[in-house]
Ligand binder design. Structure first.
Ligand code: PEP
Ligand code: MG
Length: 317
């Protein structure tokens, strides 16, 4: 029985009509890769590198970062790895960096904004990544908290300068879509990047104006709110204009009904906590694209997240 279960997990998430959805894992360290693969992950869709900083009291050196990224690539044995550049600030405060106090850290110098102000953090990370890419593997780089095109052009210029200096191969560069402005301007941003990964945790927080950490509002912070679904629709449409692929790496990707809706919206890759993978795959295998697209139409016309959730009739939807 165990062997059949394992084989089942290893099969792709293929809809009844043959559409295949890529299923990846959110993994922060090389030692978490075996579980991700065992659960049926086909790669890593989000490596949160701020954990390299949060789990210790100082800043990892370029060499230490290189070792970690190489370890991750080796553990994946040729499967894709998307490394997210440091997303520090907001809910990810790194005490030893002694960053200035902010009244509203979620609206402050976070993610890409910090990277652009701190070449001492950005450059060693990019150097470690391009050195790792030089050795081989399927690596992509992704930037968090992008709001505007100028941030993307500045970060890509840094990538290219470091790549050239190291004589490293080009690496696909993508961005997180987690600020409503980025979803709204997705068509403009898509011209500059290779892929999008939608961070529904932050996209929900910023679209609904609900602090993602406020327990009093946790019930209302639902990524299936129709406003969030509409932002996801805009993101997919913008990406499509430029032939870019779109993934989702926020928590809703690991919810079977959420995964069904995202697939119907045209998302091609879902990245989630390893333990969520088997149920998501099972759910997708029981349905087809036409059913999911019809479901999405109804969800987009709903007036609340509760109304969207009421459309969940279990497997087959
Ligand atoms: C997100 O915002 O949805 C996301 C995946 O990033 P994080 O949870 O690390 O902010
Ligand atoms: Mg985020």
């Amino acid at each position: 029985k165990r062997a059949t279960e394992e084989a089942e997990r290893g099969r792709p998430a293929t809809l009844r009509d043959g559409h295949e959805i890529a299923i990846a894992a959110n993994v922060n360290r090389p030692d978490q890769v075996p579980l991700a693969l065992q659960q049926g992950g086909e790669g890593v869709g989000l490596m949160r590198t701020e954990f390299l900083f949060l789990e210790r009291g100082d800043t990892p050196t370029e060499d230490e970062q290189y070792e970690t990224y190489r370890g991750m690539i080796d553990a994946l044995e040729g499967r894709p790895l998307i490394v997210r550049a440091l997303d520090i600030g907001g809910d990810k405060q790194v005490a030893h960096l002694k960053l200035p106090h902010e009244e509203n850290p979620f609206l402050g110098v976070r993610g890409a904004r910090l990277l652009l102000r701190r070449p001492d953090l950005l450059d060693p990370q990019l150097r470690a990544l391009y050195r790792a890419a030089k050795v081989g593997g399927d690596l992509s780089i992704m930037f968090p908290m992008i709001t505007s095109v100028h941030e993307v052009t500045a970060l890509k210029a840094r990538c290219e300068a470091i790549r050239a200096e190291l004589d490293a191969p080009t690496v696909p560069v993508g961005i997180m879509i987690e600020v409503p402005a980025a979803a709204i301007n997705a068509d403009l941003l898509a011209a500059h990047v290779d892929f999008f990964s939608i961070g529904t945790n932050d996209l929900t927080q910023y679209a609904l104006a609900i602090d993602r950490q406020n327990p009093d509002l946790a019930g209302d912070a639902d990524s299936l709110h129709p406003a969030v679904l509409r932002l996801i629709r805009m993101t997919v449409a913008g990406a499509k204009l430029h032939g870019r692929w779109v993934g989702v790496c926020g928590g809703i990707a690991g919810d079977p009904f959420g995964a069904a809706l995202l697939t119907g919206l045209g998302v091609g890759e879902l990245s989630m906590t390893p333990r969520d993978i088997p149920a998501v795959k099972a759910r997708l295998r029981g349905t087809d694209m036409a059913t999911l697209q019809a479901l999405v139409e109804r969800a987009l016309a709903a007036e609340s997240a509760a109304e969207v959730r009421a459309l969940d009739t279990g497997a087959g939807a």
